[in-house]
Design a protein around this ligand. Structure first.
Ligand code: UT7
Length: 392
């Protein structure tokens, strides 16, 4: 049987309009400076969501662009994977919300949490679905808004992160596309980078049927639980580990894909810190012009950092058909992942004038279909209730 491959056929990104430059932290009264932040991290500004903007909102906007570039209809998508550690809700999955907004009626939908490594994990997992023939087209999104989990009084973390989303559409191809991938995790380092507020915290603060806490304990633990909702990080330890694991993962995936350093046209590392990226490039023997960086503009956008970087690399002419591109990421877990690909589709030099209109029409139609489905569900429920009452 003919072997199937997966290739990226569409891409899109979204960042919130609100720009927060480094000086804002000084104005807020934090003991920091633009000089410290930019020299230690390379970050000059980041984007931050407004109060009413959720992860699914950003994810949907990036996905709409990716679908337009791929030239696919919503019914063509078999699976949606949203890589995020800041979902809209514990449940339902953010991917299901995106699925509804885009009217992707034939698509399965799931979230994947591997923190900042999430997008590369999702891309590798989705490529396997396409290569095996289980899915023809998969929408893969990386979207995070870590700003809502930041302690804005903690200078060691709040200056580092930003919000955003990036998406790609994977489709079947006759040639590789995605060449190889590697994923890894070392949970012994889980405590180095956390947002703790989930079942571990709730079990101890709210009590359970077998050991419920009294009102006083609940109130005290509730305050603790609020603290647990903040992102905490041991920056220096993550830094040291990242400079080891990013190049190692990249080397692994290059070896398994039959690529040498000199074959690589562009290396897209997780955008966390310019110093980490430089140290990684040095270890790999890559010249800086082959390493993509936009951390200056967006800070660390977690699962969105690599797809946003990929979109900007494409729109600025840094990738051409036939180029070998390596992605490498690290993050909480600890987790890491790398992926090698051969760029295989032409890159449109401009957006066709009808595309924004086409996108608007498509999303309005999806919204109408969604309203109709909700209406149908509520009518059915009423009929069932009425019939049920009649039987009783
Ligand atoms: O997606 C994965 C996410 N995480 C990362 O990638 C983080 C990896 N780590 C890093 O990027 C770096 O460790 C940081 C940027 C977080 C910190 O840089 P560093 O060079 O490792 O600094 P440090 O933590 O060793 O701190 C040096 C000093 C300390 O003061 P003292 O103890 O020397 O007096 C910090 O308190 O800098 C201080 N400091 C700051 N000063 C001004 C920490 N944050 C700030 C700040 N402004 N924002």
């Amino acid at each position: 049987m003919k072997r199937r491959y997966a290739e990226i056929a569409g891409w899109g990104m979204y960042v919130p309009p609100r720009v927060v430059p480094n000086d804002t932290f000084v104005t807020m009264g934090l003991d920091t400076s633009d000089e410290w932040i930019s020299s230690r991290t390379g970050i000059e500004r980041r984007r931050v969501v407004e109060a009413d903007e959720a992860t699914s909102d950003m994810a949907t906007k990036a996905a709409v662009q990716a679908m337009a570039v791929a030239g696919l209809h919503s019914g063509d998508i078999d699976l949606i994977v949203v890589a995020t550690c800041t979902p809209d809700h514990v449940m339902p999955a953010t991917a299901s919300i995106v699925q509804d907004r885009l009217g992707m009626l034939n698509a399965g939908a799931m979230d994947l949490n591997a923190a900042c490594s999430g997008f590369v994990y999702a891309l590798a997992t989705s490529a396997a679905q396409v290569e095996s023939g289980r899915a023809r087209n998969v929408l893969v999104i990386g979207a995070d808004e870590l700003s809502i989990y930041l302690n804005w009084q903690d200078r060691s973390t709040c200056v580092l992160f930003g919000d955003g989303a990036g998406a790609v559409v994977l489709r079947q191809a006759n040639e590789p596309g995605i060449m190889g991938s590697t994923m890894g995790s070392d949970g012994s380092g889980a405590g180095l980078l956390t947002i703790k507020g989930a079942s571990r915290v709730r079990a101890s603060s709210n009590g359970t049927p077998s050991g419920s806490a009294n009102g006083h304990e609940k109130a005290a633990n509730g305050a603790a639980a609020a603290d647990e909702n903040y992102l905490t990080m041991n920056g220096p330890q993550i830094f040291r580990w990242a400079t080891q694991i990013m190049p190692r993962a990249a080397e692994q995936v290059m070896a398994s894909s039959g690529l040498k350093t000199e074959d690589i046209s562009l290396f897209i590392p997780h955008q966390a810190n310019e110093r980490i990226m430089k140290a990684t490039a040095k270890r790999l023997g890559l010249p800086t012009e082959k390493v993509f960086s936009n951390v200056r503009e967006y800070g660390n956008t977690s699962a969105a950092s690599i797809p946003i970087a990929l979109c900007e690399a494409l729109s600025t002419g840094r990738v051409d058909v036939g180029d070998y591109v390596v992605l490498s990421s690290f993050g909480a877990g600890l987790s890491w992942a790398a992926l090698a690909l051969r760029w295989s589709v032409p890159i449109p030099s401009h957006v066709a004038p009808w595309q924004p209109i086409q996108r608007q029409v498509a999303s309005r139609m999806a919204a109408v279909r969604s309203v109709l489905r909700r209406g149908e569900r509520s009518v059915r429920t009423r009929i069932d209730e009425t019939l049920g009452k009649g039987e009783g």
